[in-house]
Design a protein around this ligand. Structure first.
Ligand code: APR
Length: 264
């Protein structure tokens, strides 16, 4: 079902009155919120998505730059791919947009629990003020040593010659990014938080990649589920509600309506 915008007047009865947004179990309390974001939320900040016509995978193959086999076969090519994306984050033109800022405000003002789970490896949520944030696919500005497993913040280019600051060995430094075929980070905490949430919001993700694409099915039936995306995702049918449009427009509007309901 696609809404033209969420409204309490004659709209969703759960939004009538104060924040007492009733989740599927009828609990009259501000539900815990889990937000899942994808590349679409960063599109208007100037970062390419993956599967749009001008996306990353329109120009490169996942098998060549985003898989452990690719790194084993041609580490220099993988380093080149991530070095370029890491360097792009330092460009002054790349900044959080209104959607990132709205989610940080929701985190600050929501009276219930809040967790932002992002598939994105950029740092725009942090720069927008989000703190209760998990990067399930890793982070461009972190690297990890295959020799000693030390992970650390990193903004410089990485190469096969880079020596690990922790163990001093070279040849084993890799981007701290979760590649295809690898287990995403923080899955236990994400699963536990999904079990408790009463409102699940997916923003700017195509619903192509699991396990993230499966989160909505995990909570459907016991949480209110909302998709805020430019167009219906692959898993749109699992959502109770949807608002289609640009994240920088639909996310602030949705957040404003939620907060107005809880008079915060
Ligand atoms: N506002 C809102 N949504 C947008 C916007 C925008 N301005 N621009 C694009 N979108 C939507 C697209 O319609 C699409 O549904 O964002 C979604 C982006 O989908 P993908 O490019 O597939 O990105 P994502 O869902 O984050 O990919 C998941 O795949 O390649 C891996 O690890 C990578 O984390 C990534 C994962």
């Amino acid at each position: 079902m696609t809404g033209q915008g969420l409204s309490s007047a004659g709209g969703d009865p759960r939004l009538d009155g104060p924040v007492r947004v009733r989740d599927k179990t009828g609990m009259a309390e501000p539900p815990d919120i889990v937000v899942l974001t994808g590349a679409g939320i960063s599109r208007e900040s100037g970062l390419a998505t993956f599967r749009d016509a001008d996306g990353v995978w329109a120009k490169l193959r996942i098998e060549d730059v985003a898989a452990p086999e690719a790194f084993a076969r041609d580490p220099a090519r993988v380093h080149e791919f991530y070095n370029a994306r890491r360097a792009q984050l330092a460009d002054a033109a790349i900044a959080p947009n209104a959607a990132h800022l709205a989610l940080a405000e929701l985190e600050r003002r929501w009276p219930g629990g809040f967790l932002l789970v992002t598939q994105n490896v950029d740092d725009l949520h942090e720069r927008g003020g989000s703190r209760r944030l998990l990067h399930m696919h890793g982070e461009l500005r972190r690297v990890r040593c295959l020799r000693c497993d030390a992970a650390q913040a990193w903004d410089a280019p990485l190469s096969v010659q880079t020596a690990c600051p922790a163990c001093g060995l070279s040849g084993g430094m890799r981007p701290d990014i979760v590649w295809f075929g690898e287990m995403p980070y923080h899955m236990d905490r994400i699963a536990a938080t999904l079990r408790r949430c009463g409102l699940f919001i997916a923003i700017g993700t195509s619903g192509h990649v699991y396990p993230a694409a499966g989160f909505v099915a995990e909570v459907a039936g016991r949480a209110r589920t909302v998709e805020l995306n430019l167009e219906p995702s692959e898993v749109a049918s699992h959502f109770d509600e949807a608002v289609h449009g640009k994240a920088s427009e639909v996310v602030p509007a949705f957040v404003a309506q939620l907060l107005a309901q809880c008079r915060r």
